[in-house]
Write a protein that binds this ligand. Structure first.
Ligand SMILES: NC(=O)c1ccc[n+]([C@@H]2O[C@H](COP(=O)([O-])OP(=O)(O)OC[C@H]3O[C@@H](n4cnc5c(N)ncnc54)[C@H](OP(=O)(O)O)[C@@H]3O)[C@@H](O)[C@H]2O)c1
Length: 268
């Protein structure tokens, strides 16, 4: 390690890294000196990202337990170690009031957003981290701190991920640090229906004057994964442009919720 923020010689797994926040995280990890294994469901997306990053990639859904085992095995086979796990892949479906939600799709949300992070950490712990140590960063959401229209399944599953983060932090210490980053609204595909066509009004309600970019989140993830955060575990780092403190800054209305109310994709 040549700098306290560097990750030279380290190896990281980043799920959901073909675009958006996951890709930015993988790029930032490589920029800090790490080698990466990236995943996505779309094989072309996973392969493109792996090639661009000089790493390896594996296509598959994090909801598939075998895929997560294969990701761990591939990373160990290719690089010989697993120092960092970033649980980034997620779904924000099903949308809609919870009374209308199909319990099957509710379980799918939990399989992707909660179960998968636990399974991947279990694999990494068993094959490497229990003996050698490491760092886990789970990507949660600022929205898990309150309730919002049409996003009950997402918010509930991410709140569970937040709790899982703290539970694992306690259980895996001192070998492995487990933290989370909770983004506010970020310019990615997942949130396109919220920000597209409404950036001015959204930015006006945010103390820091703009919506987030994937690199804003990536910097926080890399910092938490690095030795610069060596005495931090069980923490959630809000990276939200001041979303949580907005009521001291702007009018009490919340443009993100207005957009979720009016623009949420179709639901039953
Ligand atoms: N954007 C925001 O405003 C925002 C705010 C708060 C939190 N977040 C969180 O940030 C994280 C990244 O979201 P994003 O906004 O960057 O989304 P995004 O742009 O839609 O990217 C999602 C990435 O995950 C992959 N993916 C999706 N489902 C997957 C699955 N089941 N298994 C494996 N890979 C999967 C996608 O590729 P494939 O489609 O090919 O699988 C893609 O690479 C998520 O945890 C999200 O909840 C985002």
């Amino acid at each position: 390690m040549t700098s306290p923020h560097g990750l030279e010689g380290r190896v990281a797994i980043v799920t959901g890294a073909s675009r958006g926040i996951g890709l930015a995280v993988a790029e930032a990890l490589v920029g800090a000196g790490a080698r990466v294994c990236v995943t996505a469901r779309d094989p072309d997306g996973a392969a493109r990202a792996a090639e661009a990053l000089g790493g390896v990639g594996l296509a598959g859904s994090v909801a598939d337990a075998d895929h997560l085992r294969e990701v761990t095995e591939l990373t160990l086979r290719e690089f010989g170690r697993i120092d960092v796990v970033v649980n980034n892949a997620a779904t924000n479906e099903p949308y809609g009031p919870l009374m209308d939600v199909d319990p099957g799709s509710w379980s799918d949300a939990f399989a992707v957003n909660v179960e998968a992070p636990l399974r991947l950490v279990q694999h990494a712990w068993r094959v490497w981290m229990a003996e050698h140590g490491g760092a886990v960063v789970n990507v949660c959401t600022e929205g898990a701190g309150h309730v919002g229209p049409h996003v009950g399944a997402y918010g509930t599953s991410k709140a569970a991920l937040l709790h899982l983060t703290r539970q694992l932090a306690g259980e895996l210490a001192p070998k492995v640090r487990v933290n989370s980053v909770s983004p506010g609204l970020v310019r990615t595909e997942m949130a396109r229906f919220v920000w597209e066509g409404a950036e001015e009004v959204l930015a006006a309600g945010l103390p820091l004057g703009r919506i987030g970019e994937p690199r804003d989140i990536a910097r926080a993830v890399v910092w938490l994964a690095s030795d610069a955060a060596e005495w931090i575990t069980g923490a959630d780092l809000l990276v939200d442009g001041g979303t949580r403190v907005r009521t001291a800054y702007a009018s009490p209305g919340y443009a993100v919720h207005d957009r979720l109310r009016s623009q949420a994709p179709p639901h039953p």
